[in-house]
Design a protein around this ligand. Structure first.
Ligand code: ATP
Length: 360
């Protein structure tokens, strides 16, 4: 099912400002759409509007061609999985999963088939007769998913469903969820503040800040072409290095003329339009060159962090501005020493310092 949001807004009663404004979004059937953003940006509010648990103050919500604004939650053909998966403790796994179907007075044989099919997919068949207290956190989360799956919804809505699990299990469940999504082919909308979950699971990411969409698209677009400085800083670990400077004769001069760099031929024209203006240059930690080029930056390395396949260098420019550089793990760097790194023209991101918007 296709989910379409047209200029959606939300104003909670008793609040002066809109919590969400001008939300335009198309989620294709079979998309795994991740709504990402910092705490308080309005992710849950948006999900609850799609679920019919919050009213819509402005705009239109469509499932395929049907306007859904006033359709009660129970008639929306959706299933929701929350962070606190709240299973009924006195019921077996089987009964927890069967509960909503039993409430709908489905036939016992239908219920049994659906529960067993979901349990098989989620690999919890062996636990069907256990109580929630007798299984692990990861298994409980699967039961919560199973409980949603047996209803065969048209849209799956998930609000931080993995955040109660430990790191290892979260990593494992990420892959499981993607597999599950591929085999079910149900439109999924997933809320998280964790960029790794978004980058690894999404077919489409929607990054929000302060009630507005900052960028929507494929994960690699976020990494390679962040739309503005907020997106550039939010996606990627280590955080993208950002240098302040200005454009002169088509080149970027860093503050105090500490280094200069020419944009690639592809970027030159867009950058030239900012001649004389303050511009921010972004470069990801792994895009510095360890071989010298014509355009180098000199840094002092303070701390070397060895991660195995790579080393993270925490460094300074002479101005004191900090930067982070990742290099292959086998290269040697001394703390307290100065080094020159080349700047890869193909990896430069230019932003207007005034508006924060991407230039190139
Ligand atoms: P988190 O990741 O912390 O859950 P979020 O991005 O999901 O945050 P929301 O829970 O949607 O954000 O909240 C967005 C804003 O709306 C917050 O400022 C919050 O205080 C406000 N808000 C949420 N629910 C209500 C409500 N029922 N009444 C009034 N304001 C609310």
């Amino acid at each position: 099912m296709k989910v379409v949001l047209n200029n959606i807004g939300k104003k909670y009663e008793g609040r002066e400002d809109f919590t969400l404004r001008n939300i335009d979004l198309e989620i294709e059937s079979q998309d795994f759409c991740v709504i990402l953003g910092p705490s308080g940006c309005g992710k849950t509010t948006l999900l609850r509007m799609i679920a019919g648990l919050n009213s819509i103050s402005e705009g239109d919500l469509y499932f395929n061609d049907k306007r859904m604004n006033k359709v009660p939650s129970k008639d929306r053909d959706i299933a929701m999985v929350f962070q606190s998966y709240a299973l009924y403790p006195h019921m077996t796994v089987y009964d927890n999963m069967a509960f909503s179907l039993a409430m709908r007075r489905e036939q016992k044989s239908v219920i049994d088939a659906r529960v067993r099919e979901a349990a098989e997919l989620l690999q919890i068949t062996n636990y069907l007769h256990s109580k929630p207290s007798d299984i692990s956190g990861g298994q409980r989360q699967r039961v919560a998913l199973g409980r949603a799956m047996v209803r065969k919804p048209k849209v799956f809505l998930m609000d931080e469903p993995l955040s109660n699990l430990d790191a290892k299990l979260r990593e494992h469940m990420r892959v499981e969820l993607v597999r599950l999504h591929k085999s079910l082919g149900t439109t999924s909308i997933y809320v998280t503040h964790d960029q790794t979950e978004a980058m690894t699971m999404a077919t489409k990411i929607v990054l929000m800040n302060e009630g507005k969409i900052q960028q929507a698209g494929k994960p690699e677009e976020f990494y390679n072409k962040p739309a503005n400085l907020f997106v550039a800083r939010f996606i990627g670990s280590p955080t993208m290095n950002i240098f302040q400077g200005r454009i002169e004769n088509g080149q970027f001069f860093a503050k105090d003329n500490l280094f200069k760099v020419s944009p690639s031929a592809a970027d030159a024209e867009a950058v030239k339009a900012f001649e004389g203006q303050p511009v921010s240059l972004g470069i990801r930690s792994e895009r510095f060159l360890t071989t010298a080029t014509d355009e180098n930056v000199e840094v002092r390395v303070d701390v070397v962090e060895m991660l195995g396949k790579e080393k993270i260098l925490y460094a300074n420019l002479i101005s004191g501005d900090e930067l982070v550089i990742s290099v292959p793990g086998h290269l040697h760097f001394e703390e307290g020493q100065s080094y020159k790194f080349g700047l890869d023209q193909g990896a430069l991101h230019f932003f207007s310092t005034e508006t924060g918007e991407r230039i190139n």
